[in-house]
Design a protein around this ligand. Structure first.
Ligand code: PGA
Length: 241
């Protein structure tokens, strides 16, 4: 695990975008695992700038997103389908058919999870997985739990996640309680993991990830066993290290 600490979110986001761009340049038909949330937004802005400047070409890139809320229409302004279009896909030359987000409205979430994992495997696995981290140490919607859940699965969101995400909705009761999330297995199978953490509200989770025990109570801690994980933190997120 490699940890880099940046003075500013701007510098961190530039570094993250350069690492992603380097992967696309090295392997133009790579498979990227993508994340939603506030943290990667400035990184996506940098990637859009690079694409507009002709520095990177997404035309052969395939993407798989980490998660999606259950029972929220795809066109809802807080769905992760919509987030990805608004913050990245609509602004770069990626083929929409090469972009994938789990179907949170699938009639059978278990079957959707199995199909999503199978699609990632059939695409050759994830070359680079971008991750944020929850205040409670979650990655994707793998919430603190008594065991690591390996496969794509439906999950009940932790109360702290509902509290963190209510800022995006008009009221707390509009926040979906369930999501479909990639499991720890697909994340651990990614050839490279790039985890971004910004802001002091992530400091406890970063400390637990970097210095605590590997435990499903801090799902991100499993990354200590991943052979190629890069963590980029700003000073605030690294303040307890
Ligand atoms: P955030 O979410 O980037 O909005 O803080 C990260 C996460 O919950 O994984």
């Amino acid at each position: 695990m490699t940890l880099h600490i940046f003075d500013t979110v701007e510098a961190l986001s530039q570094a993250a975008a350069v690492l992603i761009a380097a992967k696309v340049l090295e392997k133009p038909d790579c498979v990227l695992g993508l994340a939603t949330g506030s943290t990667p937004v400035p990184t996506y802005e940098k990637l859009i700038e690079m694409n507009r400047a002709g520095a990177i070409d997404f035309s052969r890139v395939t993407t798989y997103n980490l998660d999606e809320y259950c029972r929220l229409p795809e066109e809802h302004e807080q769905s992760y389908h919509r987030f990805m279009k608004d913050h990245l896909f609509d602004h770069i030359n990626i083929c929409p058919e090469n972009t994938h987000v789990p179907d949170g409205n699938a009639a059978d979430p278990d079957a959707e999870g199995i199909a999503y994992d199978a699609a990632i495997a059939a695409a050759g696995g994830i070359d680079l997985q971008l991750l944020g981290i929850g205040r409670n140490g979650h990655i994707a919607f793998n919430e603190p739990c008594d065991r690591f859940i390996w496969h794509c699965h439906a999950v009940k969101l932790a109360e702290s996640t509902i509290q963190a995400n209510k800022r995006f909705f008009d009221s707390e009761d509009q926040v979906p309680r369930m999501a479909l999330s990639l499991g720890i297995g697909s994340i651990m199978a990614a050839r490279q993991v790039l985890l971004l953490a910004t802001g002091e509200e992530k400091a406890e989770a970063v400390k637990a990830l970097v210095t605590g025990d590997v435990t499903p109570m801090v799902p991100a801690s499993i990354l200590r066993h991943h052979p190629n994980t890069v963590i980029l933190c700003d000073k605030a997120a690294a303040s307890l290290l």
